[in-house]
Every structure is written in C-alpha cells, then in structure tokens.
Design a binder for this molecule. Structure first.
Ligand code: ADP
Length: 250
C-alpha cells in the first residue's frame, strides 16, 4: 500500500539529514504505529507522503505507483482537529469534497451526514465545532479525513491533546472504525501503550538520520481489549520499547 524506497531528506535550513536511504513498506489493511522520540522525524515521514515535502532522493510509492502521478491517495489528520470555527460541523466535514469538486451540494450534505452518523455524531452536524467536546471534535475531524475517500489514513498523534480517559475511549473507537472500514492506517505516537493497544506492527525510529525503521509485530490479535495489555509478553515488549526510546532520546 505504501512504500518508501531509499528516501533521503534534509530540511534546507538544517545541517543534518532527517533520513538517509530509508526504505520500508506498509501492507494493505495494516494498522501500523510509528514511535520515536520528539523531533526524530516522524511527522516528516507524513509530510513526504502527503507531498508537503519532496524527497531529495528515492521514491515514495502508493499502490506501487509513484505519488507524483496520483491525487487523493491519502487522508491526513493532525494532532489538532483544525475544524474551521465559522463553519458548522457538517460544513467542515464537507470540505474535502468541495476541494475535490464534482459533487452537488445535496450529494455533499448526504455524504457528510452519513459520515457523521458513522462516527456517532448524527445530531451534531448543524452545531458549531466549539459546541463539541474535544473527543467529539476529533471524531468529526476523523470523519472529514475519511471523506477524502482514500484507503490510506495518516494520523499524526490525533489523541494527544485529549484527556486520559477520552483518549482511552477514542483508541477503542478508532479500532472499531478501522475493523469496519478496512483502511490502511499509519499512526504516529510517542506513547508506547497507545502503540501497543492499536497496532498490529510497530515501527520504531532507532537512529538519526533514519536509515531504517525497526519493525516489531505486536503479539495480540483483533478485536483487542485493554486487558490484553496486561499480558506478560505485551508488558515485556512495552519495557523493551521504552528502553529503545530512552536510548534514542540520549
Ligand atoms: P517528530 O514528528 O518526530 O517530532 P519532525 O518530523 O516534526 O519530528 O521534525 C524532525 C526534525 O526536523 C526536528 O529536529 C525539527 O527541528 C526539524 N524540522 C521540522 N520541521 C522543520 C522545518 N520546517 N524546517 C526545518 N527543520 C524542521
């Protein structure tokens, strides 16, 4: 679904490279978390996938094709919901369709309402985003991301600004969405527990510049419950991951 093929990248103003010949692959339908300390370049990976940045060398491929030749191949959701306060929730969710064009207003409204219903916000479309709780706003932002129509979703720490209990519910909610929609999800987090709860596979950023990502399978299936996080092999993996991140942070 997604492939980095020997990608090199350095920000012009920096005197160090972020990635050097980085290659990795994500398969169709996977839920993969990328973890690494702050500033190691996780978000840069996303900016290269959504074409905000261009590699200095190497290629980024989606479905086997270089991304330069493609449109609407990924949906991106940042840490903050970025809902426009002057639009209703429904108008916010309609935005990707307005940008893509080719929809009548009635079609956009219908699809936005269906998407809002799918995230449990049927009665909230006419409200202003400020009337929603933090978790509800992120659900609306997720509905908007899904309405890009892409099978590849890039989620950049989408729950980190939420309080702890809301974050737990949102993780469970996100897995339900993923199991139902069968999208491919690449999820950035620096929270080891979040990565263990959500992913089938974790990619750990082990070095700067990034020359490789260490791939670790999570020994648990789906549907997943929070109780599974207490299993000895998951706890031991959690410790290993914390050690890896600590070493990187030095
Ligand atoms: P992460 O998502 O892992 O926290 P980022 O990908 O945002 O890290 O950033 C990686 C590194 O690149 C950081 O050290 C940061 O200082 C640098 N960086 C990020 N954005 C820019 C930019 N626009 N220009 C120059 N350097 C940047």
């Amino acid at each position: 679904m997604l492939e980095f093929d020997n990608v090199c990248f350095q920000y012009e103003v920096d005197d160090y490279a972020i990635m050097d010949k980085l290659s990795f692959q994500i398969q169709d339908g996977e839920f993969v978390c990328v973890i690494g300390p702050s500033g190691c370049g996780k978000s840069t990976i996303f900016r290269l996938v959504n074409k905000l940045l261009t590699p200095d060398a190497g290629r980024v491929l989606v479905n086997g094709q270089p991304i330069e030749t493609q449109k609407n191949y990924c949906g991106y959701m940042p840490q903050h919901d970025l809902l426009f306060p002057w639009r209703t929730v429904r108008e916010n969710v309609m935005l990707p369709m307005e940008i893509q064009g080719g929809y009548t207003k009635a079609e956009m409204q219908k699809r936005a309402d269906e998407a809002l219903a799918s995230v449990g916000l049927s009665d909230w479309g006419q409200k202003s985003p400020r009337e929603l709780s933090g978790g509800m706003r992120q659900r609306a932002a997720f509905a908007r991301t899904v309405l890009t129509g892409s099978d590849l979703l890039l989620l950049d720490e989408p729950f980190s600004a939420l309080d702890y209990l809301t974050r737990l519910s949102m993780r469970e909610w996100l897995l339900e969405q993923w199991e139902r929609d069968q999208k491919t999800v690449l999820f950035i987090t620096h929270d080891v527990e979040e990565a263990l709860f959500l992913s089938g596979r974790i990619l750990v950023v082990e070095s700067t510049p990034m020359t490789h990502l260490r791939s670790i399978e999570v020994p648990a299936g789906y549907p997943r419950t929070r109780e599974e996080l207490a299993r000895p092999e998951i706890l031991s993996l959690k410790e290993d991951l914390i050690q890896m991140l600590r070493r990187d942070a030095k």
